[in-house]
Design a protein around this ligand. Structure first.
Ligand code: P5A
Length: 438
């Protein structure tokens, strides 16, 4: 993609409305724009990151055996009245009446709707276990939308819902999602720690939040530092192995959010208890028959008896993650994208547009990328080298290929690694090899 043909509305000034660095950097690098309080339009760079996060989440859901569906954003109030949550949800729920005076709502979550889909279609224990998921926009009329996409009113969530015949099997499904979450956050280049959490309006007897440690996080968290060293090779864990053993390692290590924290339950060395702040990027729940009972989502057992299914639900904050990743990966110059979610891996920068030799070599490199199907952002704008380099650091692609008259003369080109600032000097052949080996 040539920058001259792209839409990257970078801001020169510091946006006044931003309170935290990720919000500032998202606005400055032209990733998103506020449409109204807590509601954002996603501009091309932001949309690419959102898609990358969604893709990683989907891939792991599919590997875990979950099946993708797509439910609508608008739901009927009737099913929420059946579950009993219509009144409980209060002012956070955006309620709508259509032209026929039917009560609708913009879904804040989908337990009721997925239970309705399940009960209409599944009648026998033979079809279990089942896990249905989708990635869809939610609306919660938050009292204090803030920090940009981190606490929005409209936000993108991946939500999965498990269905099992009994308690024991539903815990197995919960465990599977527990592992899937550890894996998918790692695939995004993040360390998310599972912590005992409050179940809030979703309900149930068991829940874990997945927390990224960050000073700007809204949650106070407490954990035994041992948890940081657990399961270093989580990506190698097979879903068919004994997951309970791994879960036990985590749950026996103290880690709790504010609501669940009780110093009496921490029996490690006092110095090992870390008190800090974090960002909740995922939350998993086990709530058994809370929805299936009132909504009559029953299956027949092998002895012919009909029983309400056991359920859990599992959420990843896809749009929140865009901000959360920036919170945990930036410096004073701008964003440092982890490779796994970067909008482009490479940023090719022509420092002297109009110089015949610089233009020729840049075209050669750019065409090489196109030929090999690599995504690259090519800064071909006729601007000062200083502002081009500052913009490259701000938007934060992992590799900058910097082409200027001096390098062209010597036949060596600079590749700058955004995270360490290291500069490699490579000739054209070495450069092409470097690209192919990433
Ligand atoms: C789990 C899936 C649920 O809604 N029902 C379906 C369950 N859980 S949750 O904890 O309420 O939300 C799941 C994740 O969504 C993100 N999130 C938000 N992101 C941005 N702005 C918000 N206002 C917001 N609220 C929740 C969080 O990452 C949360 O873990």
């Amino acid at each position: 993609m040539k920058l001259s043909n792209y839409f990257l509305p970078v801001l020169k000034e510091l946006p006044k409305e931003a309170e935290i660095i990720s919000h500032t950097l998202m606005l400055r690098s032209g990733m998103c724009q506020q449409a109204s309080s807590g509601i954002y339009s996603w501009l091309p760079l932001g949309k690419k990151v959102l898609d990358n996060i969604e893709k990683i989440t989907k891939e792991e859901m599919n590997l875990s055996g979950a099946i993708e569906i797509l439910m609508p954003t608008i739901q009927s109030a009737d099913i929420w009245k059946e579950s009993g949550r219509y009144d409980d949800y209060g002012k956070e729920m955006l309620r709508i009446t259509d032209r026929n005076k039917r009560e609708l709502l913009f879904g804040p979550t989908n337990e009721e709707l997925v239970t309705d889909i399940f009960r209409t279609n599944v009648k026998s224990y033979r079809e279990l276990p089942m896990n249905l998921y989708h990635t869809q926009w939610k609306f919660r009329d938050e009292l204090r939308p803030r920090f940009g996409v981190m606490r929005g009113r409209e936000f993108l969530m991946k939500d999965a819902y498990s269905f099992d015949l009994d308690y024991i099997n539903s815990i197995k499904s919960y465990n599977k999602m527990f592992i899937a979450y550890l894996k998918l956050f790692k695939k995004m280049g993040l360390k998310a720690l599972p912590m005992k959490a409050d179940t809030g309006p979703i309900g149930g007897d068991l829940s874990h939040e997945f927390i990224i440690i960050s000073n700007t996080g809204e949650s106070n968290v407490y954990f035994d530092e041992k948890i940081l060293g657990l399961e270093k090779n989580i990506e190698n864990i097979d879903y068919s192995s004994d997951l309970q053993k791994i879960i036990d390692k985590y749950t026996s290590c103290y880690a709790a959010t504010d609501e669940k924290h009780d110093e009496k339950n921490f029996n490690g060395k006092k110095d090992n208890l870390i008190k800090t702040k974090g960002i909740e990027v995922g939350h998993i729940f086990h709530f058994g028959q809370k929805y299936s009972k009132p909504m009559n989502a029953n299956v027949t057992r092998d002895d012919g008896v009909s029983v309400p299914v056991f359920m859990g639900s599992y959420g990843v904050g896809v749009s929140r993650l865009v901000g959360a990743i920036i919170e945990s990966s930036h410096d004073e110059k701008g964003i440092i994208w982890p490779k796994q979610v970067a909008p482009f891996l490479f940023n090719l920068i022509n420092l002297k547009v109009g110089d015949e030799k610089c233009d020729t070599i840049c075209d050669e490199i750019y065409n090489y990328f196109l030929k090999n199907n690599f995504d690259i952002l090519f800064d071909d704008k006729d601007e000062s080298p200083g502002s081009k380099l500052a913009r490259a650091d701000l938007i934060g692609m992992p590799y900058q290929i910097i082409i200027g008259p001096k390098g062209v003369k010597e036949g060596v080109y600079d590749i700058k690694l955004r995270d360490t600032q290291e500069i490699k000097k490579l000739n054209i052949e070495q450069l092409f090899n470097f690209i192919l080996n990433i």
